[in-house]
Design a protein around this ligand. Structure first.
Ligand SMILES: Nc1ncnc2c1ncn2[C@@H]1O[C@H](COP(=O)(O)OP(=O)(O)OP(=O)(O)O)[C@@H](O)[C@H]1O
Ligand SMILES: [Mg+2]
Length: 375
């Protein structure tokens, strides 16, 4: 069976399901979504599959456009730039979609072919399940290669995936399978079972680097398209693993507000003020922390991961006056100045609570290779 024929079979099944759901309604057309990266040949092949499945009228719609349209269908403001962040089972796709008077275009897209939920399952398997098995049973170090343990690996993989999904809504889970489900013995003849705990923190530690890699790609996509993070009106999260709380957290903190204060070659001293908005509620004593990070932009500005961290300022909820609340959307004005020696000083002004916090001085070196924070 060719991929085209397989695709036709899938479309047939979906159409049959849709017809059932719609009460035997005649269906002769469909909108088929395709990855933004599909070329002309792939689009034509998709059209042929749909025709082979018996559909007469077919329209192709790029996946990120479908996601952006679904996301704005209930919102009042339908115009703007959207970052569509699609973390799937095996691939990561990012796209910037622009909508102007109800027509949407993919401005740019990028992806990572080998990044997705399956990698996270594998990480759980290798870092949690495997060590537990080796500790509790008499197994050789390369037992995973042994055909006698194929079922064990399959069951473990499946249970690891279930736990990964469970950890999107709870902070702990148990990876469990009894002897009958596994049907294998160790070298001592002991029947193998699985019963191992995993916490969300552990899972986060396995995936955070990969998630940051996906976010760095988004930053690069935004910059390469001539935008700044603040130009993105909304981030649309799709794909199963995007439901992991850490994805939201990292996107919030990493994509929040990367802003260029001073471009290379600017004559110093220089000062200015930029207005931002709080991305979430923040109140005195809630245990939270607001981070303000300063980077020196690398020569190759299209790769933000090369940026040099210059310093960071953290405003802890305990630093707020008792009873003070900063609400999501409240203005945060950053007043900054850089003297002729590259000493950066800034104040964060929260106008709603009439408070200003000094970030301390940070040193931005002209050469860009020495970093020092003068706090
Ligand atoms: N609530 C959840 N939390 C974490 N992961 C989840 C959740 N629900 C599903 N997943 C994971 O999402 C993955 C499947 O996602 P999705 O359906 O978006 O992929 P896909 O579109 O089939 O794959 P791709 O886009 O890579 O071709 C699986 O790895 C699954 O374990
Ligand atoms: Mg997908």
């Amino acid at each position: 069976m060719t991929p085209e024929e397989a695709s036709a079979e899938i479309i047939k099944t979906l159409v049959a399901q849709a017809r059932m759901a719609a009460g035997d309604f005649q269906i002769d057309g469909a909108v088929v979504t395709i990855p933004a990266a599909f070329n002309q040949m792939q689009c034509e092949a998709t059209m042929r599959s749909a025709a082979a499945a018996g559909l007469n009228k077919v329209a192709l719609l790029q996946e990120p456009i479908a996601a952006a349209m679904a996301s704005i269908s209930h919102s009042k403001n339908k115009n703007g730039q959207f970052l569509v962040y699609d973390l799937g089972g095996g691939t990561f796709d990012a796209a910037i979609v622009q909508t102007v008077s109800s027509s949407a275009t993919v401005i740019a897209h990028a992806g990572i072919n080998m990044l997705g939920g399956r990698d996270f399952d594998r990480a759980i398997l290798n870092s949690v399940v495997r060590p537990w098995l080796l500790e509790n049973f008499d197994l050789s170090d390369d037992f995973q290669k042994d055909v006698a343990y194929q079922r064990l690996i399959r069951v473990a993989q499946y249970r690891a995936e279930l736990s990964k999904i469970a950890l999107s809504t709870q902070t702990r889970d148990r990876i469990f399978a009894d002897e009958s489900q596994i049907g294998a013995r160790d070298r001592d003849g002991k029947e193998i079972y699985l019963d191992v705990e995993i916490s969300r923190d552990e899972l986060d530690s396995f995936v955070v680097e990969e998630i940051d890699r996906s976010i760095n790609l988004c930053r690069k996509l935004i910059l390469d398209s001539g935008y700044r993070n603040e130009d993105i009106d909304r981030v649309v999260l799709i794909g199963g693993p995007s439901r992991m709380p850490i994805v939201r957290e990292r996107i919030g903190s990493q994509l929040g507000t990367l802003f260029t204060f001073v471009r290379k070659g600017t004559l110093l001293p220089k000062s200015g003020a930029e207005r931002f908005r709080a991305s979430r509620d923040f109140r005195s004593g809630d245990g939270g922390c607001l981070e303000f990070e300063v980077y020196q932009q690398a020569e190759d500005i299209s790769d933000p991961s090369l940026n040099l961290p210059v310093g960071a300022f953290r405003l802890f909820s305990n630093n707020l006056e008792k009873g003070d609340v900063i609400r999501k959307g409240d203005p945060v004005v950053v007043h900054w100045s850089i003297d002729e020696n590259g000493l950066l000083d800034s104040n964060l002004e929260f106008t709603e609570i009439s408070q200003t916090y000094n970030t301390g001085k940070m040193y931005v070196s002209a050469e860009g290779d020495r970093i020092r924070s003068d706090r």
